[in-house]
Design a protein around this ligand. Structure first.
Ligand code: BEZ
Length: 230
């Protein structure tokens, strides 16, 4: 099988010694303004809505094409949740336009979201989207979940060889919005409607009251509950 551009990595190389900072969770997402397939856009334009900023390695590549088709498929479900999609690669605006047209012609799918043409890698550098171990030029498959206040709330990185899971992207949004709304934490493999974790008690009094709280407690520090229907 042909290799997926796996390169021999010199970890002492300049790329590895001067790694850009990766944005931190619960910190403001780095501000930018960029050329996109929908005109010039700034992160600030998304203030008041959730935004999923995602990068792909290159236009006219098969895995990226399947991902774009699937991002387009979940776009209405994301919109219902108040979430906008914003794509990015280092390809030119002309390449993006041609690829979006090809996806329409060959697969019958309209791409409804803007795609940043980040030729000078300005946004990619701000967000640490280039992983020198994979490619020193192209962006990896990164996903940044940014809340309506411009705060970075979750990040997913996938390698070039693996297309992203759209169910997980929807689950992350559902999880972030549910934990914000109800001030709860969510267990492994949580899905909307599943039981949630009640935050552990912070005082002796609170710990004692767990026994009569009505929560399902396995121990005083491990309690679950069912949320009321929205
Ligand atoms: C793809 O999207 O098919 C792809 C892109 C970069 C490296 C490997 C695969």
């Amino acid at each position: 099988m042909p290799s997926l551009r796996r390169i021999n990595v010199d970890h002492s190389s300049t790329e590895f010694r001067f790694q850009p900072a990766i944005p931190r969770l619960n910190a403001p997402a780095p501000a930018f303004e960029a050329e996109t397939t929908h005109g010039r856009l700034a992160l600030e334009d998304y203030r008041g809505t959730w935004v999923i900023l995602f990068s792909h390695p290159a236009d006219f590549t098969p895995v990226c094409t399947t991902e774009f088709i699937e991002f387009a498929r979940i776009a209405p479900a994301l919109k219902e949740r108040g979430v906008e999609l914003l794509g990015l690669s280092i390809d030119s605006i002309y390449s993006h336009i041609a690829w979006i047209q090809a996806i329409r012609e060959k697969f019958g799918v309209d791409i409804p979201f803007p795609v940043i043409a980040d030729g000078n890698r300005e946004v990619a550098s701000l967000y640490g989207m280039i992983m020198p171990g994979e490619s020193t030029t192209e962006t990896s498959r990164c996903v940044f979940f940014i809340d309506p206040n411009g705060i970075l709330r979750a990040t997913i990185y996938y390698p070039m060889s693996l297309g992203r899971n759209m169910d997980e992207i929807l689950r992350v949004i559902d999880g972030l919005q549910t934990s914000d709304r109800h001030k709860v934490a969510l267990p492994a493999n949580w899905r909307p409607g599943d039981k949630v974790i009640v935050p552990p008690p912070r005082t002796v009094e609170d710990a004692k009251s767990r026994a009569t709280s009505g929560y399902e407690c396995t121990d005083w520090w491990f309690c679950r509950t069912t949320l009321p229907k929205d």
